[in-house]
Design a protein around this ligand. Sequence first.
Ligand code: 6GP
Length: 800
Amino acid sequence: MGLTKKRFIADFQAEALHLFADSLENLSPMQQYQALAFLVKGYYAKDWAQTKADYDHHQQKQVYYFSIEFLPGRLLASNLLNLGIKDTVEAGLKQLDIDIPDLYAQEGDPGLGNGGLGRLASAFLDSMAADGMAGNGNGIRYQYGLFKQRFVDGYQVELPDDWLRDPYVWETRKENRAVIVRFGGSVYLTPCDNGGLEPVYQDTDDVLAVPYDIAMVGHHNHMVNTMRLWSAEPVPGHAHSLAEKSRINAITQILYPDDSDTAGQELRLRQEYFFTSAGIQSIITHYRRFHQDLHLLPNFVAIHINDTHPAMAVLELMRVLLDDGGLSWEEAWQITVQTLSYTNHTLMAEALETWPEEMFARLMPRLYQIAQEVDHRFRQTYTPRFGGELIQRCAPIADGYLRMAYLAVIGSHAVNGVAKIHSELLKSSVLKDLYTIFPERFNNKTNGITPRRWVQVANPELSELIDSAIDTGWRSDPSLLVPLAAHLHDEKFLKALHTAKKANKEKLAAIIFDQLGIEVSTNAIFDVQIKRLHAYKRQLLHVFGILEAYLAIKNGENRPSRVHVFGAKAAPSYRYAKSVIRLINAVADLVNNDPDCKGKLAVAFLPNYGVSLGERIIPAADISEQISMAGTEASGTSNMKLMANGALTLATLDGANIEIKDAAGEDAMAMFGLTTPEVAQLKASGQYSARAIYEADPTLHRVVDMLTDGTIPGITTEGREIQDELLVYNDTYLVLADFRSYVEASHKLDALWQDPIAWAQAALKNIAASGQFSADYTVARYGRDIWDVLPATPVGHGGE
Ligand code: 6GP
């Protein structure tokens, strides 16, 4: 949009007056932020309305991305960037003498997700808008997001994340689009006029689902899509007791802080049905404004099931087509399968949701009837060809449970994993039987990230350096980063790369000092691991690496200086993960207070990791730790963000690390550890003995002993628990098996660090190869292969 600095300043002043009846300079930074955000909202309002009108006018096929989590991050800077006015606005703010970083920092992070799955969903919405695809988000407006994490004596403390306390500028309440979601009661079928059966509901609990829309601004293309989040409210006019009201409000009150094992609670099931039903109903209502014939739904609508939480979409869409649309079962089923698609995000067995039949039937009696019919027909159709045993293993209902992943596969025309290896493992393990039945449905879509946020917004130093080397085309088409590799022997450029990294490290060092009181040297290697705390992600292996270095330093050995940076939340009920948090903090105390380690080794565990903190850490990273046990991490996405910022990946051959290796080259990273087949073989053989490895490796022996021998103060209970997991329960995630090769790979990076030019070359190889991991290309592939929706904006060459 054509905005001059002068015009912006006038607009901003007018907005301040309009909102707060005061002049800009009298407002608090928070009020200034709000005035600016409202102004920006006004700037794109016309495009937002026009985009919707155009979609309707051209009857463009709409994608609806159903996800129980979203992690959009702060929107101000990214909206300004996408509108193409960031430089102008910042120049104006400068003229007004406003502290720009401080202004951006006023915005809260909507913590509407736990981790990778939620962040990916938001990246996809951003990319769909950038690609000019008609993509909508559908989720829950949790009143409280994921907890705010503090450390008290090294323990994780969870504080409520009351993110709506200050008005959230970006949302727009759409009361006129509210729908009613029905829970409970009883339902029976009765003959109706057309000779079929129709359901009659009795004594249902009705809940009003009110949508709040948030704009997803496209990059330089005047397109603005919508993320719709539903809030649960009592139905006006219904007499509700106080208890009923609070039960209704509870539905969208709080996000479950578990990401890979289900809370298993009724409220979670209610949440899932709530946003799924509200979404499906509003889609069909909108569709019917333009079309009579429900048979054509798949031509105009694609609904994506992001992991199993919205898998009930299969049953809810069937319900609407059968009961409200009056279609036959066969017709409704065909439409449903053609409309729906499903992504699996984890191989962790406990994350494959199942619901007790009793609970499901009680909360959603009509859906349960439909589920029974789906199950019955599935068994009837496929048993003759595949045999009863196989069918029993993968039927949607068995042993008293509804199995949501199986239901999702059966009710979708496409099923994908999120990295090449993950998609293969789905076919050979957790979804093996359904792959036998529906091989044509399975495909891979490797995850992506949005370099607009992670490079352009988060790392202006690097972005400007890239512009100076290869011009600005990469900013809209990151595959154009490839020619950057031509500077591999350009010493001036490599030095500038080092300088840019150093500037980011200075900024992070200031945050570390500010938050933790730890002084770190920016000449050190910044070694980063940022992700949810999980045993399979093996933060413990990283800790063991630190202890190995600690012992070496105590022994007088010379090592390049390293600062280990952690960011991780543990699910409040996940005891082991919390013990590892306690351990990391205790090791930090040990190392940071030991004079022998001064300037050589430091550990900084920054609390409350989330999108915004990620934007501070990632540009400053030299090493990206991606060290899950092979065969457990579905993809990972911090690996891509860190790579794009020039960090070297220290990794197992797991998830998308393998594709990163293929893109950047093996010499630009450090791989180690058992491979997926080796892990499988070792586990199957029954030959693995963690204790034998412990006995055979003196350093490892010492490190494991440190957990309980008092060297690390204050971790008596936690140290014992972790040591038992390793030596008594035989080390589920093979930390000890990979220890030696991890340390060797890490030493390889130490050696490389001694040659700054060689290091910068490796960083450059990563940056130049990172463009292919832009989510713009990922969603274009979803569009082409799954949703049958083509980008309207050219997306460049990264499409494969
Ligand atoms: C995560 C996976 O653990 C991670 O590997 C992947 O990159 C990310 O999804 C996006 O695909 N899974 C979750 O966050 C989750 O909750 C149920 O899975």
